[in-house]
Design a protein around this ligand. Sequence first.
Ligand code: GLN
Length: 196
Amino acid sequence: MKVGVLALQGNVPEHLRALAGLLPRGDLIAVRYPRELAEVEALFLPGGESTTIARLLRETELWEPLAVRLHEGLPVLATCAGLILLARRLAPSPFGRDPATFGVLDVTVRRNDYGAQRESFEGPVRVEGLSGPPFPGVFIRAPRILEVGRGADPFAWKGSEVVGVRTGTCWGTTFHPELSHDLRVHRLFLAEARRH
Ligand code: GLN
């Protein structure tokens, strides 16, 4: 299975590093152009700055083909800013203008809802389907999932708060599995994507 990491801005090297340990060399590519997107059978959307990633998606003419692939059911793991870009609804953020979104994940999220950079934090996350200790969740200027619609299912929680949601193989998390040295979420997603 050929796997891509959208490589326009944000935690791209971290995702590539995590995935390099899980995939044969030739199966992993950085996606910067439509021709690269066309090759992949699963995609990671990294954290970063959703407004910047949205702008770069337009500039590189990736927006339209990515929208098509997402609506066709391309397996995707989107973290933080990536989740924002997949969300069906954004509640207005107190921190400036919100980006356009692909709307494939039936959730309402609000950007930066835990506060600014210095309110970033780490904490244990319970992930459905993972055995062993809680997953070390890293939250950086994270969005908050305010509402999960009927079309999506929660799969990760910090306390009672939903921090991961999915529809089939379209997954979004408000934390950054690429920033903890724990590959279990990447592995779990790849197993699902392969089954798909
Ligand atoms: N606050 C960022 C945004 O709104 C997301 C932060 C992140 O991806 N770590 O896009």
